[in-house]
Design a binder for this molecule. Structure first.
Ligand code: NAP
Length: 231
């Protein structure tokens, strides 16, 4: 059955792959920082929105625009986000603030503001794009991991608060080759995450995918310690 699905960060990478896989069967509401970001999208019937989550004041305008197109929503996919790697000692304060705002605070605000639309659906779902960084100790990802762990824990509580009303799921992925580098071919592709989202959304109530971890057979998965034997 066709559903109204809002995907943030849908102009490229994982969000774009998610939009492409869902497009044929659903009504899509897609967001990126600017409408120019959608130049390569090629999904003519999707409704497109611009909102820079680094500026939280833009969220009200985005929600207003969305509400002018629809008064209900079946699915919200909180995907937009970014990662910068640096040692915490040298991490720029501006970047730290931006990452916490975009990856964490904006997702909470958007979710709260779109909940009234979701609650009008008879099968609402919210999916958060967290990361395996939230569950590991990857050097250089301290701030990113903090935002993704924040999202993970927020989603856990929200799932319980909304139990019986809105199904809340979280995807935790190891590295996804959103930069299309051949040298990184042996990690996940955006399509793998998109297939996972499709699976989560196609489960019938009351079954709920609470949280799912995605890996790649060839990925190091943080498993090799200095004392690990050569295999
Ligand atoms: N790639 C990975 O290895 C990986 C692994 C685990 C989790 N994740 C998570 O998955 C999500 C998507 O990652 P990706 O690799 O697909 O990223 P990506 O290819 O860089 O795409 C990011 C998307 O988010 C949007 N976005 C970025 N900053 C934004 C802002 N300030 N305001 C509004 N929208 C913004 C971008 O819009 P514009 O095009 O307009 O900039 C774009 O649509 C992120 O939350 C990321 O943390 C990624």
């Amino acid at each position: 059955m066709s559903r109204k699905i809002c995907i943030t960060g849908a102009s490229k990478g994982i969000g774009k792959a998610e939009a492409e896989i869902l497009y044929a069967d659903h009504e899509l509401y897609l967001q990126a920082t600017s409408l120019d970001s959608f130049q390569d999208l090629g999904l003519p019937n999707a409704k497109l929105f611009a909102c820079d989550f680094a500026d939280l004041t833009q969220i009200d305008h985005f929600v207003h625009e969305l509400k002018s197109q629809t008064d209900t929503l079946d699915v919200l996919v909180n995907n937009a986000g970014f990662m910068t790697i640096d040692s915490f000692q040298h991490f720029s304060e501006t970047l730290m603030h931006r990452m916490i705002t975009v990856n964490l605070e904006a997702q909470l605000l958007l979710t709260q503001k779109l909940l009234p639309l979701l609650l009008k659906s008879n099968n609402p779902q919210i999916v958060f794009m967290s990361s395996m960084s939230a569950k590991n100790r990857i050097v250089g990802e301290s701030v990113y991991a903090a935002t993704k762990a924040g999202i993970m824990q927020f989603a856990h509580v929200l799932r319980n608060e909304l139990a019986g009303k809105v199904r809340v799921s979280t995807i935790h992925s190891w590295g996804v080759n959103t930069w299309n580098d051949e040298a990184d071919a042996a990690i996940l592709k955006p399509e793998h995450v998109a297939e996972t989202l499709q699976f989560i959304l196609s489960r019938e109530r009351p079954f709920l995918v609470e949280s799912i971890e995605l890996g790649h057979e060839s990925h190091w998965n943080g498993a090799k310690a200095p004392w690990s034997p050569e295999l």
